[in-house]
Design a protein around this ligand. Sequence first.
Ligand code: NAD
Length: 253
Amino acid sequence: MILKDRIAVVTGAGSGIGRAGAMIMASEGAAVIIADRDPMAGEAAALDIREAGGRAEAMATDVNDDKAIEALIAGTLSKYGRIDILHNHAGIQVGGTLTEVGTDGMDASWRINVRAQFLAAKAAMPAMIAQGGGVILNTASNSGVFYDREMIAYATSKHAVVAMTRQMSLDYARHNVRVNALCPGWVDTPFNEPFIAQMGGRGAIETYVRTKIPMGRWASAEEIAEAILFLVSDRSSFMTGQALVIDGGESIG
Ligand code: NAD
């Protein structure tokens, strides 16, 4: 097991990609703290991991709340004594152009997609330095490395995640803390439901995915979890400051 006894905190791990990442980390021996704002989803994910023989517990956390983020990191450190892996995964998508998105949508995108990751990393970093190293994985998106139409708040905040990741990686490489960004393309999770509704329903999105994605299909959350495992484990031990894109070729053209 490549993550045996490592302590991992995953935000937004109650569903979709975060959940699949938590499952694969636990299957490789990590003890996983499931930090989701939905307590039922968090408990269900933790229970699934335990039923599969892994170690997990849920700590209900809304990353919109600074105190909750600080309590998550402090609570994990006081209970487990270390944090080896911090996967900042929770995020929001506010669709629209400059003239459509309000300052509230821009502020919320910054707060959840960027500021919450900044704060969680800031809280965990002193412990990672003191323990001799650690791994931070910040979920961006392929929207963090290329541009799609009508996505000003999402693209801007996800590009900022990639920039922040690169800056953090430079500042802490000497402390053996690796920081990378995860950049998935289309993954069929509830996250896309508002966008699907905006596009006109399931049929429209299926046509879009078939025609616009070079590989002609969605990713599964499990395919993204393989990349998560690579990035949080020693398999990527000399990799820091990178944005790993897993998008079936969408951002290539
Ligand atoms: P999902 O909807 O399946 O799961 C998101 C989970 O995050 C839910 O359990 C939800 O309760 C939790 N959550 C939402 N807001 C939260 C908050 N404020 N605090 C704590 N938990 C919160 O979505 P998903 O697709 O697995 O993951 C979403 C993340 O992945 C976002 O950061 C998104 O930008 C990124 N992403 C998704 C896709 C995709 O196509 N699904 C593509 C690229 C990037």
